[in-house]
Design a protein. Structure first.
Length: 250
């Protein structure tokens, strides 16, 4: 089952919402996902802490929401539960696409799978874009994350860097370029870096093909166009790059 912190991270706008909206969303998670019949102030306070938010005063909020007309919470002997109409509305809004939850979790879990992941800024931006459904920006940031990871991976070992320089010399001899510092990679276009890495034996045919295709998609997303970027495109971009590139280049 998805954790409450993963739920909060994948629920659109959760951390920007008011305390009341956050409380109702957490109450929905408690009922719909944890299958609890009711909750009290102590349990709800812990839920807020579990998602990294200082809880509001439950002795004020819970009775107030129960006394509203119409009520948003219903008071019972064991605590509180969502009013029926509120529950149905939240079922529609928060029931959630399991794919969105899975993709967000893939990005969230990435530092645990690649502990020395240094490109945290790109990772955070990709996740933030995805969570607010900015799919065009998600595709751009997912590529930036992957390409930066690739470059860092090449420079991480002297043997890889030597193979990369052999690939550059073999593929682009006229450039006379020898990589010594991370910044030297900027002398190559991204497509050229991929070709040189392939020529130097650092990337196999399939990985190179994936990267080229995703670079083309990044270019399409980055340049003004009327092409619609859908959730499916972002999902496929993230999962393919993380699974078939980032997690293999460790």
């Amino acid at each position: 089952m998805i954790s409450i912190s993963d739920f909060a991270g994948s629920a659109p706008g959760f951390y920007r919402n008011s305390a009341v909206d956050q409380l109702l969303a957490l109450a929905w998670f408690i009922e719909a996902k944890q299958q609890r019949q009711s909750f009290d102030g102590a349990y709800m306070r812990q839920c807020f802490r579990d998602v990294g938010i200082e809880p509001p005063d439950m002795s004020v909020y819970l009775p107030r929401l129960a006394s509203k007309k119409p009520p948003q919470l219903v008071k019972e002997k064991g605590g509180y539960r969502l009013a029926g109409s509120v529950r149905r509305s939240l079922d529609t809004r928060l029931g959630g696409d399991p794919t969105i939850i899975a993709v967000a979790k893939t990005l969230t879990d990435l530092p645990q799978q690649v502990p020395d992941l240094e490109e945290r800024e790109f990772l955070t931006e990709a996740l933030n874009c995805y969570r607010v459904r900015a799919y065009r920006a998600t595709i751009i940031m997912a590529w930036n994350l992957t390409y930066d990871h690739l470059v860092r991976w090449v420079f991480a070992e002297a043997g890889r860097l030597a193979d990369m320089n052999k690939g550059i010399a073999g593929k682009y001899p006229k450039k006379g370029l020898v990589l010594a510092r991370h910044e030297d990679a900027d002398e190559l276009k991204e497509s050229e870096f991929l070709e040189a890495a392939r020529t130097g034996g650092l990337l196999d045919k399939n990985t190179t093909q994936i990267l080229k295709e995703k670079l083309g998609r990044r270019n399409m997303a980055a340049h003004p166009s009327r092409v619609t970027i859908t959730q499916h495109s972002a999902d496929e971009m993230i999962m393919d790059l993380v699974t078939n590139v980032i997690l293999k280049l460790v």
